[in-house]
Every structure is written in structure tokens, then in C-alpha cells.
Design a protein around this ligand. Sequence first.
Ligand SMILES: [Mg+2]
Ligand SMILES: [Zn+2]
Length: 202
Amino acid sequence: MTDWRRGIVLDRDGTLIDFVRDPELGSVVSAFHPDQLRIYPGVPEGLRALQDAGFALAIATNQPGPAKGQIPESAVHRTNAALVDMLAAEGVRIEAVEVCLHHPGGGPGGDPALALACTCRKPGPGMLLALVAKLGLDPAQSWMIGDAAVDIGAARAAGLRAGLVFERGRCEMCPLRHGPDPLLPDAVAGNLADLARVILQS
Ligand SMILES: [Mg+2]
Ligand SMILES: [Zn+2]
């Protein structure tokens, strides 16, 4: 028991990296190529602070694009690997990456083997529980950090604490700031550097 570690499980899109926005088309999609990776300000600084305090770092990301026929599975893995490398260049060590490639509805041209209701897609706990086992984490001393209600739901389902990076203008998240709500996070901040400070003081 005593050699269990504290860990931080990080959402990817909207938490570590920005979405890919096309102003002309008005479209917003998740990054699917290394050239599209835009790490948010404060992310390397915040992750280094958590790492220096002894937290193991990992990523858990829903990527239904291959199930929906939008992008190949290889693009997801290549983009994730490039993100891990970019963070490593900033002195941040990501120890594991868990990806849910599933989607309950699938989509035209999608891989039918990925079109299913799984237990890993957040807010399900599957990816977090896998990381707890793989990295030897103590769930009660570990955090899931994300930008959406599904991240908080996954944290609750897996018994981790929940941290929210709140992007201004995301009305989806407004109810979470103004609870009462079972999905109220344990810590909130406007960027990851500030959230790391809140977590380290808690
Ligand atoms: Mg997100
Ligand atoms: Zn899944």
C-alpha cells in the first residue's frame, strides 16, 4: 500500500492542446496530425510542478474519429506520440497514454469493430482504472484533470479526484461552476499552471 503512487490523468483535447479551428468553415475538430498540435500556455509549467511533487503523469483521451470514419486509427496514435515527444522536450514525462477509439453509434466508413458501447469511453471509468493498475496509483490520492463534464464523471466513476480547466465561454461547463451538482469538480482554474497550484495546496 505504502508504495502506491499519486498520479495525474490528463484529458487531451481542450486540456493539454487546443482544438483545430477553421474560421471560414466554422468547424472545430480534434487535432489529428502532429502539425496541428498547439499546447496551451501554462501546460508544461503546470505539469512540471506536479511531476516535481511526485505525481506520475498519464493521458486518457476519447478519440472516436476512427469509429466514425473521420480519421484513420494510425493518425490518432501518431498525433499522441508527437504530443508526448513535445512535452518531453519541455521536461514533462508522460508515463502512459490510454485511448478510447470506440463510439456507440459509429459512422459512415468507420471501422465497425470500433462501433460499440464500451466501458473505456469517458465518462466510463475504464481508461482511468487501467492507468491506476498499470502505474500502481492510489486512486484516492490521484486526480483526473479535464475540461468537460465527461472527465469529471470518469474521475468520480474511478474514485479519483476531479480537476477542471475551465475555458472561458464554454457554456457547457457553466452549471459545473455554479452547482450543486454531483459533477462539481474538486478544483477549478483557468489554466493548467493555476490548477496545479490549487492541487498542490490541497
Ligand atoms: Mg477535453
Ligand atoms: Zn472505448
